[in-house]
Structures are given as C-alpha cells and as structure tokens.
Design a protein around this ligand. Structure first.
Ligand code: FES
Length: 119
C-alpha cells in the first residue's frame, strides 16, 4: 500500500510504499536531509520531527535509535529519518540547521529595521 508523506517546511509530498524509511522518501521527494553514515544510525545528522498523532503513522523507535537520540529527544518528537519507517500517511518536519536559523533571524531583523526606517 502506498502512503503520502509531506515534508515541511519545504511543503513537498511524495507517495511511497509502506515500510519505506523517511530518508529514502525524502530523496524521492527531492528534499535534502543531511546524512554522513549512509542510513546506519551512526551520524545523527538525519534528525526529523514527527509530532502529535503523526507518531502513530510510523514505526516506533527501536532500541538502537533510542540509545542514539535519548528518551528526552524521542519524547519531543525527534526521530532519525533513516530509522523511521512509514506505516501510514505522514507529516514530517525537517528541523532547520541552527546556523541557517541564526542567519535567517538576523536577515529578518535587518529587513524589519529597513522597513521601520521608511514608516
Ligand atoms: S543517516 Fe546517519 S543517523 Fe540517519
């Protein structure tokens, strides 16, 4: 059975077969999730967020993933894309890179300052 997976904030969707992992689905959708270990739960670079009821739409974290991420991050909704298998329609949030987030905030603040100068 095919399920639709939605990647936010890119707002890209793709249909994949049940049990496809989120990392493979992201590649099919053209969404970039960083990875260095090739999907072996070794690099922790493929963190994604699955929130609320969506957690029921994917495989529960296995011991390997819990050991890597820790229960606190799992409770917050973090998962490893390479270890998360799709079992229903799913919405995934790709957390923004901290450096990119800091740059974006500075650019927004500068833009707002420019706008305020004209008012
Ligand atoms: S790809 Fe390295 S932990 Fe998932």
């Amino acid at each position: 059975m095919d399920y639709e997976i939605l990647f936010q904030p890119d707002d890209k969707k793709v249909k994949v077969r049940s049990q496809t992992n989120v990392l493979d689905a992201s590649r099919r959708a053209g969404v970039r999730i960083p990875t260095r270990c090739g999907g072996k739960a070794g690099c922790l670079m493929c963190k994604i967020m699955v929130q609320g009821e969506e957690k029921e739409h994917c495989s529960p974290p296995e011991l390997k993933e819990v050991r890597k991420l820790g229960t606190s991050m799992i409770e917050q909704g973090y998962r490893l894309a390479c270890q998360t298998k799709i079992t229903n329609h799913l919405k995934v949030i790709i957390p923004e890179d901290p450096l990119k987030a800091a740059i974006r905030k500075q650019l927004e603040a500068a833009r707002n300052r420019d706008t305020d100068d004209f008012i």
